[in-house]
Write a protein that binds this ligand. Structure first.
Ligand code: ATP
Length: 230
């Protein structure tokens, strides 16, 4: 579903991403770990089509990301804080953003999507300005569901979430993966990466230096590997 082929990015001669080769299958959750500045966001931004690579290719479902019209249909993005309109409620935000992606859902379909994303019914009609970070992310998930995204990119989605909200978010990610959605998540949360990820990559200075299946490693071992690596 996702493929990076010798993907590289330089900023003013300085390497931000160096020859990344990566394949992520349908239903896989790939967690990217690495110190600040390791190249995680650069990788995501290239797949989102926000920046172009200096060399190499990023493919989504076999189509190069430069074909934005095709690839945009397949993807959704959950940033650290999901940006929504504060003067609209959750349901209205969901309707607005799904329409923007070309979908027209009925009110009952939108309500069902918010339920699936884990947002409590009593919160659907509350203005966004009252929402916590975790609630915003649930609306972000519902937006991804509304456009039937096949791939969701996430940049530090659990940073600042309390353990219960992180656990809820993790369960939703796993449910999406069980329905064949692929997820590429940049995170600093080693424990959660082991918990949610099917595979984990560690980046250092723009290079993917380790990649492992989570069945082969527990959180303590991953922490040791991470600290030795970075
Ligand atoms: P963090 O964990 O802090 O989010 P990251 O792993 O996501 O870090 P990137 O944001 O991908 O790291 O940055 C990779 C490198 O590219 C860093 O050296 C950073 O300073 C550099 N960089 C990123 N964006 C730009 C830019 N717009 N202009 C110049 N350099 C940039």
């Amino acid at each position: 579903m996702l493929e990076a082929i010798n993907l590289s990015k330089k900023y003013g001669g300085k390497d931000a991403l160096v020859n990344l080769n990566l394949t992520i299958d349908p239903g896989e959750i790939f967690c990217l770990l690495g110190a600040n500045g390791a190249g995680k966001t650069t990788t995501i931004n290239i797949f989102l089509g926000l920046i172009g690579p200096t060399s190499g290719k990023a493919l989504i479902n076999g189509t190069e990301v430069t074909e934005k019209k095709v690839t945009n249909q397949l993807i959704a993005y959950i940033p650290e804080v999901v940006q929504l309109y504060g003067n609209m409620n959750g349901l209205e935000n969901l309707e607005f953003f799904s329409r923007l992606s070309g979908y027209k859902h009925s009110k009952s379909e939108l309500t069902a999507l918010l339920h699936k994303s884990g947002l409590k019914e009593e919160d659907h009609q509350k203005k966004l300005s009252y929402y916590s970070k975790g609630m915003r992310q649930k609306v972000g998930i519902a937006i991804a569901l509304s456009k039937k995204a096949k791939v969701i990119f996430m940049d530090e989605p659990t940073s600042g979430l309390d353990p219960k909200a992180t656990d809820e978010f993790t369960s939703i990610c796993k449910e999406l993966a069980s329905e064949n959605t692929s997820i590429l998540m940049a995170t600093h949360d080693i424990f959660n990466a082991v918990n949610v990820g099917s595979r984990i990559g560690i980046m250092k200075e723009g290079k993917l230096v380790h990649s492992t299946d989570t069945t082969n490693i527990n959180a303590n071992e991953l922490q040791d590997l991470y600290l030795k690596t970075i």
